[in-house]
Design a protein. Sequence first.
Length: 77
Amino acid sequence: MRMELIAKDSAIPCEVTADADNGIYTIRKNDTSGEVFNDLPSLKSWVQEYWGADQFVPPSQYNELLAKLSDLETDDL
């Protein structure tokens, strides 16, 4: 799964990649720096701790991202 989110304070979209088949769990933040994670729960935890719906346009993108990550967690069980 790969998803781009439009941040209020950046011309470049944030990007989240969660690819269990290839073991890739990454985030590109609004300042274009990034984070790399070992697993899906770590990525999801980071998103919940450091990002919020009010950072994105529209805010519903954030909730959609969390829903997709939750679906992926369920699929992995």
